[in-house]
Ligand binder design. Structure first.
Ligand code: ATP
Ligand code: MG
Length: 589
């Protein structure tokens, strides 16, 4: 457990659970679930739900199921199932022996639907989904009863069996719950339970051509699995009466639905539907593009599971929506990487330096500390020679007053090596600096002058002859504005509901599509900066995809999945500049 877990007060869900444990409500059981729909990859918002559900099970000695809510074959794929399993495993949570699937319960759900038809609580409706929607009324006007509402039980049973048998085309009929077309809560106006979709399901194939809608299916899934606390996001609060209605009509195990505020992050889109658009439009290289807010993207970029869990713990769980600053997530990542990353030296924008008084053909090995935060990480030797690279930005021919790095006639320290002094500047035909001539002071080996003389700048560097060439990918935010979702409102679309999370995203009768430009109009054209020819010290030889380093002064880096033994590719996870820690220092948070 992290420090904050042990010291913080209970959140409102823990309070509910502890009072249930005290009263013996569920015979002392705590059983939660994480129920993703396999219609895309998981994003950082899902991590909040994963940490919450699996975290509660762990804390109270209970269980948490990983259950796929695979009720909409049109949008779901096996590849998404595999990716989701990999992500949950990466976050290091345990779902027990089996992954569970809603599709395994289709037969039971069907039987329960038949039971509701028999008790007069459900009917087959011949209206199209559009007509169902149109006759639902509005917040201020009641809906209109379907002309098929009063069909008798036998006719309903017969038609429902025929729906299942594939005798009707897509969308021609639905099974609806018979509740109240004038109910103040529109969710209860005879909601659709089943629709006809002739589509091949990734798991059940062509066995079914009727599929249950979210509101009908979800409570049944929870009930079948003996879930105790069914935790979902706030937009489902108005759906809770329906969740309860179905389960009490059926008289089956009835978990308690509890809603919490979903994670919203600045500069981040969090909807699989919209992220899919970015992938399909080619705005990113795939779901695991390191700029994506997906767990697979973050993993590829170099974020750690510990950092993400710690972030989820710090943001806590509440009942009101708020937006978290992306800088806090980045702070958690830096905090973790700072403790773990081996320090190395690499140069992103190389400028050649020749040490004139260093003999040609000679080299030297200097001791360098692997991680000042972790003495057990030890030291390594870094080669030094006559020709080096330093960062182009670390030299200025005509420096302003506060520039303490290299300039003509000035002495600086090369990290772990020597003091050097710039004696000459060599330029090409168009006046660009292409090489520096310097001298070094052998007495300063290791980085300190025996005569106590001080220098103001310390530069990172690599030995040209020994360096490895590496492709470095630098990232900036994927979206320009502070709130990716907010900004879509300013793109001329107005304050439409579709820019915010609604439960209609689920397998429901709502088929609104998101206009592409609502998602893509706010993209940062400079979010990716590829540097094909950078240099790193030879200790990176043999680095494997997923290995993480801190390049001194430049940030945290992670070897990319595309890296091979011939071609080293690294992603910059983050720079070292921690804006959240700075804001905190200034007392802004
Ligand atoms: P999306 O809109 O991205 O498709 P979803 O809610 O439709 O998200 P599901 O796969 O059904 O996606 O979600 C699985 C679980 O993750 C649900 O319990 C859902 O409430 C939760 N979840 C999704 N997004 C967030 C978020 N931003 N913050 C917290 N929990 C979330
Ligand atoms: Mg969704």
């Amino acid at each position: 457990m992290t420090e904050s877990q042990t010291t913080r007060s209970l959140n409102f869900i823990e309070e509910i659970i502890e009072s249930d444990l005290a009263s013996g409500k569920w015979d002392g059981r705590v059983h939660t679930r994480f129920p993703p729909e396999p219609n895309g990859y998981l994003h950082i918002g899902h991590a909040k739900s994963i940490c919450l559900n699996f975290g509660l099970a762990k804390k109270y000695g209970g269980k948490c199921n990983l259950r796929f809510d695979d009720t909409n074959p049109v949008k779901e794929e096996q590849a998404y199932i595999d990716a989701i399993i990999e992500d949950v495993r990466w976050l290091e949570f345990d779902w027990g022996e089996h992954v569970l699937y809603a599709s395994d319960y289709f037969e039971q759900m069907y039987e329960w639907a038949v039971a509701l038809i028999k008790s007069g609580d459900a009917y087959v409706c011949d209206l199209s989904l559009d007509e169902v929607r149109r006759l639902r009324g509005t917040l201020t006007t009641p809906g209109v009863d379907s002309p098929y509402r009063d069909r008798d039980v036998d006719e309903n049973l017969d038609l429902f069996a025929k729906m299942r048998a594939g005798e009707f085309p897509d969308g021609s009929r639905t099974l609806r719950a018979k509740i109240d077309m004038a109910h103040a809560n529109m969710i209860l106006r005879d909601p659709v339970m089943y629709r006809i979709v002739h589509a091949t399901h990734p798991r059940t194939g062509d066995t079914w051509c009727i599929y249950p809608l979210y509101d009908w299916a979800h409570g049944l899934e929870d009930s079948i699995e003996s879930i105790t606390h069914s935790i979902c996001t706030l937009e489902f609060e108005i759906h809770r009466p329906l969740y309860d209605w179905f389960l009490s009509k059926l008289g089956v195990h009835h978990p308690q639905q509890i809603e919490f505020a979903r994670l919203e992050l600045t500069r981040t889109l969090m909807s699989k539907r919209k992220l899919l658009l970015l992938v399909n439009e080619g705005c990113v290289t795939g779901w695991d593009d390191p700029r994506m807010p997906t767990l697979s993207g973050m993993r590829r970029r170099g974020f750690t599971p510990e950092a993400i869990r710690n972030f989820c713990d710090r943001i806590g769980v509440a009942k009101f929506n708020s937006t978290i600053d992306l800088a806090l997530l980045e702070h958690c990542v830096r905090d973790d990487l700072n403790k773990k990353s081996l320090r190395v030296m690499g140069v992103l924008n190389p400028l050649k330096v020749v040490i004139e008084n260093y003999p040609e053909g000679q080299d030297d090995r200097l001791d360098a500390v692997n991680n000042p935060e972790d003495p057990s990480a030890g030291t390594r030797q870094v080669p030094f020679s006559r020709v080096l690279y330093i960062e182009r930005d670390d030299f200025m021919e005509d420096p302003p007053r506060k520039f303490f790095r290299l300039a003509p006639g000035r002495e600086v320290r090369l990290r772990y090596a020597y003091f050097i002094t710039c004696t000459d500047v060599i330029k090409n035909d168009v006046g660009q600096v292409v090489e520096l001539r310097c001298t070094y002071d052998p007495a300063t080996r290791g980085g300190d002058a025996p005569d106590g003389r001080k220098v103001k700048g310390t530069l990172h560097w690599v030995s040209a002859e020994h360096a490895l060439t590496v492709e470095v990918r630098l990232f900036d935010h994927l979206f320009l504005e502070d709130d990716a979702d907010e900004n879509t409102k300013a793109s001329g679309k107005g304050k439409t509901q579709s820019v915010k999370a609604t439960a209609a995203d689920k397998n429901s009768t709502d088929t609104r599509e998101t206009p592409t430009d609502e998602v893509t109009s706010n993209l940062n054209p400079h979010s990716l900066d590829v540097r094909p020819t950078c240099f790193v010290e030879p200790s990176l030889a043999g680095a494997q995809p997923g290995d993480r380093f801190q390049f001194e002064r430049l940030g945290y880096f992670c070897v990319d999945a595309e890296s091979t033994s011939d071609r080293l590719v690294v992603n910059r996870t983050l720079t070292l500049r921690d804006t959240w820690a700075k804001m905190k220092q200034k007392g802004k948070t």
